[in-house]
Design a protein around this ligand. Structure first.
Ligand code: AMP
Length: 224
């Protein structure tokens, strides 16, 4: 990807589409820092901050946390020096109000969205993908019972950790609510970014390396 200003790449797609996995790969491939509002909110819940206490029940039910809370945690993180070289936004924006707030924030900083990539998948397959996923408790590397097992069973490929965790909201009932929230509130952002001329769509039903390659091609086209 060639670029002059720091890149702001948005990954759109329902839960399970592979946004987190691909965002981590963009970090490796292009040095773009993964900025996941889900991770930021889970950290706030774990620390018991006021934002975390307000978000906890909504997250457990698979709904969307209020724009005010999400924007506050995002702005906080955007102020950190490591994001200055470019970011991949994973799970943000999720509503029209968040997309408009992001545009305003970037305009203030003399930046704009470089690319928004929609990871296109079938809902039915998402339930299976989500049900099998886990992450290393030490470094956050993502795994899947079927699609991405560690090379040595029970040992993280990246850091050698042995403790794997599953997300509390990856239960089938909650996944259904999360998919509904995606279709009702987030999918309309595909048209929003299409109108800005920064949207590309990729088929995200393939393997992780296939999706990684398709994403690289699409970012090269958008930023060429
Ligand atoms: P994720 O890790 O992106 O799947 O997010 C997990 C949960 O955090 C979601 O189901 C929402 O409850 C909440 N969340 C994450 N990002 C946002 C956002 N941008 N807007 C509202 N809620 C969010």
């Amino acid at each position: 990807m060639s670029r002059s200003a720091p890149a702001v790449v948005i990954l759109l797609g329902p839960p399970g589409a592979g946004k987190g996995t691909q965002a981590r790969m963009l970090e490796e491939d292009h040095g773009l820092v993964q900025l996941s509002t889900g991770d930021l909110l889970r950290a706030a819940v774990a620390r018991g901050t006021p934002a975390g206490r307000a978000a906890k029940a909504v997250m457990e039910a698979g709904g969307l946390v209020s724009d005010d809370i999400v924007l506050a945690v995002l702005k906080d993180r955007m102020a950190d020096p490591d994001v200055a070289n470019g970011v991949t936004l994973d799970g943000f924006p999720r509503t029209r109000a968040q997309a408009e707030a992001l545009d305003a924030l970037l305009t203030e900083a003399g930046q704009k969205v470089t690319a928004a990539v929609s990871l296109e998948v079938d809902d039915a397959a998402m339930v299976e993908r989500i049900a099998g996923r886990s992450t290393c408790a030490a470094c956050g590397e993502g795994y899947h019972d079927r699609f991405k097992q560690p090379a040595i069973a029970g040992t993280c490929d990246k850091c050698g950790g042995h403790d794997f965790k599953r997300r509390a909201d990856d239960k089938a009932e909650t996944v259904k609510a999360r998919l509904e929230a995606y279709h009702a509130q987030t999918a309309p952002l595909i048209a929003y970014y299409e109108a800005q001329g920064v949207l590309s769509r990729i088929d995200a039903m393939g393997s992780i390396p296939e999706i990684r390659a398709a994403l690289a091609r699409s970012l090269n086209e958008v930023t060429a």
